[in-house]
Design a protein around this ligand. Structure first.
Ligand SMILES: Nc1nc2c(c(=O)[nH]1)N[C@H]1C(S)=C(S)[C@@H](COP(=O)(O)OP(=O)(O)OC[C@H]3O[C@@H](n4cnc5c(=O)[nH]c(N)nc54)[C@H](O)[C@@H]3O)O[C@H]1N2
Ligand SMILES: Nc1nc2c(c(=O)[nH]1)N[C@H]1C(S)=C(S)[C@@H](COP(=O)(O)OP(=O)(O)OC[C@H]3O[C@@H](n4cnc5c(=O)[nH]c(N)nc54)[C@H](O)[C@@H]3O)O[C@H]1N2
Ligand code: SF4
Ligand SMILES: [Mo]
Length: 773
């Protein structure tokens, strides 16, 4: 029997640790790695056929260059990188000559399981004198980061949830049963369900699998969370349910918050949310009775109406009640290296949007490129992302990609974005290289997992770090070989002092730092772990900033550089992952950057005060609310492209209630059109009465164009962003309102039905034949 290799699942950002068996280049068996201290053997329904992530007919094995007719031709790595270097340098020179900010735009930097390339990609962005960085985070989480910046004093002050120890779990706009999102989600939900002393409240329009086992389910009307949360908070204040001791000891500004909440017309707002007052009362009672409450949120509010305001209100819910920084409550967490940055008010010249956490809204990418503005973006560099399917308004995004002066995609697969790019560079998959993520959101003990390769890189592909290093070689910005060799010797013999030796070089050009480490320190690391060199400075920073928690986690009393070195060594030698910091609960206050939590955020209190049910009516032409991008049993962003992976939902059906389907005279299973102002797509219908009246749902993670096995291509399931509007977005964070898209349904025309049926049959054949394409 073949041996078990340790790795992790890359199908969502929980990254459960795995052990896998292999046969040739295939992963044949998958089980949870019980030795991982964080996920401890847990697996959900998704990873069993993980092999198809890296093992399908659309894997890239050679760089590609676009021909004039739009098709791609294979070229060598050398040609690709020489040509790209020349073109990048020309753009950089032109930017400098014109005295304009860099016109390079970078999208991605890592998906659900991979951040190993991002630091190196960022270095290129920096070298191109640009700050234009877009990613998945800026279409979901930046509103949350902005609020954290105000409350806690830093946009990297990010919250954790004490789901394992809470006695009340409040789930708002997320469905952990299917989407996970925190460790061992199904176990946690089941344990709470089976324990009479622990309760769960769910705010979700749909009776989700999670809501079905909750003690209170508030099936609010989509888009009304701010009203309902405002009313709940108002009731808590009215009933003197706030934790005055906590507020006095740790916060400022409660009086302004309370004044705003006292103005909330509670009955009217509950009525607007269309929930029963009695159920709201029960929820409030549970909250007031809770010993340790934790609030868990996600896209239902972050990609819902009033997104940034929602993020504020859900945080106020646990803060005013003092459920913060204790076992089973919300808290902040440590970082080995923060996944995003701090922005302090810089704005895009093109759209006026603020950079949040170092990011511009992905919803504004097309505007940055297509703007009639001398400072528009001219180069698009995409790595580990597929915006042609995942950014709002596919037609607009595709036009923007096509109109760039230069577009480049680094991916493992021939994606819809790659299909439009000038150059496509094939990356080694996450099981073919050293890999990690910075999704380390645990508290009070936090973990990191550096994964070793299970396979060698697929021939023709390169690890991202190597791609960027070769590009920097071509650009001629790295020191000469003699200098690199000298620094490599330092890294080998006196690692702790490497930066001292490299300092002067980095002062000249800080953008080369990651690649310089890769080319020097990287060469000294065991088993080809070169790309992990970029983690070394992070270990030193963490050891310096969190000396005692790191000492506790490692069980050592080393200090200073020696502790940083010990942390890096532990990281390299922990194939099942390890704890890098161990705080006490009280030490949460060392992570809060403001002296006290600043509860009053004037912009958001104004927003709350301006909410008006009257202005929030249903659009007569688009009366239904579409959850556009629902997480289901078998979808995983754009990571799994092979249709045969899915054990359920082969068509990516539109889910709809019996009466809403009947209203257009269609029968279950019939092809229907989903229509918005932006577009119209034809999808198969499927009755689902767990949805709220007037709510319909399309799945995330479909719409890939896959080889049909006969020399052609067929699109697998709905391309859901053909019908979204990039301008339908949050005023502060620019994040989309994908969970509440106004739509109407129509019966598909006969022609549409025939064509959809034909495509469906082609995909079904691929599935039936167990095809990995
Ligand atoms: N199976 C699976 N799991 C995944 C992923 C995947 O593709 N597939 N992707 C991963 C990623 S990247 C993410 S970000 C997470 C997202 O994870 P979740 O946010 O949990 O998933 P969603 O299905 O997008 O939406 C959550 C819920 O919001 C509800 N909702 C819709 N409108 C509203 C509203 O107005 N108010 C409220 N309160 N709720 C509303 C929907 O009914 C839905 O149940 O999932 C991760 N996990
Ligand atoms: N309408 C609608 N749109 C949505 C959402 C929604 O709910 N509704 N959800 C949004 C959310 S929350 C998210 S997180 C985004 C996700 O959307 P994206 O940011 O586009 O990310 P993924 O779908 O995870 O795609 C990751 C890409 O990385 C590639 N890849 C995988 N491994 C590697 C590797 O090792 N190296 C390289 N270079 N590439 C690799 C994959 O082939 C894939 O093309 O979608 C967003 N878009
Ligand atoms: S929760 Fe499921 S999809 Fe997410 S990492 Fe774990 S096994 Fe993979
Ligand atoms: Mo996401």
């Amino acid at each position: 029997m073949s041996e078990w290799h340790k790795t992790a699942c890359n199908l969502c950002y929980v990254n459960c640790a795995l052990e896998v068996q292999t046969d040739g280049r295939a992963i044949t068996r998958v089980r949870g790695d019980k030795q991982n201290p964080r996920t401890a053997g847990y697996l959900c329904q998704k990873p069993q056929r993980l092999t198809w992530y890296g093992n399908h007919d659309d894997r890239l094995t050679t760089p590609l260059r676009r021909r004039a007719d739009g098709t791609h031709e294979p070229i060598s790595w050398e040609t690709a990188l020489t040509e790209l270097a020349a073109r990048l340098r020309a753009v950089r020179d032109a930017d400098l000559a014109a005295g304009r900010p860099g016109s390079f735009a970078y999208v991605g930097g890592g998906g659900q399981g991979n951040h190993s390339g991002g630091g190196y990609g960022h270095a290129l962005l920096r070298w191109m004198n640009s700050t234009r960085f877009f990613g998945a985070l800026s279409q979901e989480k930046t509103g949350d980061f902005w609020v954290n910046g105000k409350l806690y004093g830093g946009q990297t002050c990010h919250t954790s949830e004490g789901v394992e120890e809470c006695d009340l779990l409040v789930v708002i706009g997320c469905n952990p049963w299917l989407a996970n999102g925190f460790n061992r989600a199904r176990n946690v939900v089941n344990t709470i369900k089976n324990d009479p002393d622990r309760k769960m409240i769910v705010l979700d329009p749909r009776r989700t699998e999670t809501a079905a086992v909750a003690d209170v389910h508030l099936a609010l009307r989509p888009g009304t969370d701010a009203y309902l949360l405002g009313a709940v908070l108002a009731l808590i204040v009215e009933r003197r349910g706030v934790d005055e001791q906590f507020l006095d000891a740790h916060t400022e500004g409660f009086e302004q918050v309370a004044a705003a909440l006292r103005k909330v017309p509670v009955d009217a707002w509950i009525a607007h949310a269309e929930v029963d007052r009695a159920d709201v009362e029960r929820a409030v009672e549970e909250i007031l009775a809770a010993r340790a409450m934790t609030v868990r949120v996600e896209l239902g509010i972050q990609q819902g109406r009033n997104s940034t305001l929602n993020s504020y209100l859900e945080k106020l819910l646990y803060l005013v009640t003092g459920h913060f920084g204790r076992p089973g409550t919300n808290a902040l967490h440590s970082w080995l290296v923060p996944l995003w940055g701090e922005s302090r008010g810089q704005r895009s010249e093109i759209t006026g949007f603020e950079y949040i956490g170092g990011l511009l809204p992905l919803n504004t990418l097309a505007e940055e490129i297509l703007a009639d503005h001398p400072h528009r973006a001219r180069v698009l560099w995409v790595e580990s992302s597929n915006p042609a399917n995942t950014a709002a308004d596919t037609a607009l995004t595709e036009r923007a990609i096509s109109e760039c002066e230069l577009s480049v995609v680094i991916d493992i697969a021939y994606t819809e974005t790659a299909a439009l790019a000038d150059y496509v560079l094939p990356a080694a998959s996450q099981f073919e290289k050293w890999e990690w993520t910075f999704f380390d959101f645990e508290w009070p003990t936090n973990y990191f997992h550096l994964r070793r390769p299970v396979f060698d890189p697929l021939p023709g592909t390169l690890v991202e770090a190597e791609i960027y290093a070769r590009l920097f070689d071509e650009l001629g910005v790295l020191p000469d070989q003699e200098t690199l060799d000298r620094l490599t010797e330092v890294a080998r013999d006196d690692r702790a002092n490497l930066l001292k030796h490299a300092g002067p070089l980095l002062q000249d050009d800080p953008a080369i730092a990651p690649t310089l480490l890769y080319r020097t320190l990287g060469r000294t690391l065991p088993d080809g772990a070169a790309s992990a060199a970029i983690l070394w400075p992070g270990c030193h920073t963490a050891a310096r900033k969190m000396t005692v928690p790191v000492q506790r986690a490692l069980g050592t009393d080393l200090t200073g550089a020696a502790l940083g070195e010990a942390l890096f060594d532990r990281l390299l030698s922990s194939p099942s992952g390890f704890a890098f910091s161990e705080h006490t609960y009280d030490e949460v206050w060392t992570l809060v950057r403001n002296e006290r939590i600043q509860l009053a955020v004037p912009e958001l209190l104004d927003w709350l005060g301006n909410l008006d049910p009257e202005r929030d009516g249903v659009e007569p032409d688009y009366p239904l609310s579409l959850v556009n991008g629902q997480r289901r049993s078998h979808n995983a962003n754009q990571i799994m492209r092979a249709p045969g992976w899915r054990k359920t939902d082969p068509d990516g059906a539109l889910r709809v209630r019996t009466e809403d389907l009947a209203a257009i005279g269609a029968a279950d299973g019939e092809w229907v059109a989903v229509v918005t102002r932006t577009g119209r797509i034809v999808v198969r219908s499927e009755i689902d009465d767990s949805l709220r009246r007037g709510q319909v749902a399309l799945p995330h993670g479909f719409g890939m164009s896959v080889p049909d096995g006969r020399g052609g291509r067929v699109t697998h399931g709905p391309r859901i962003n053909l019908i979204t509007d990039a301008a339908d977005r949050d005023p502060i964070a620019g994040t989309p309102h994908h969970k509440d898209v106004p739509v109407r349904l129509e019966r598909a025309t006969a022609v549409e039905g025939v064509s959809a049926e034909r495509d469906r049959d082609r995909v079904r054949q691929l599935i039936d034949h167990g095809s990995r394409t």
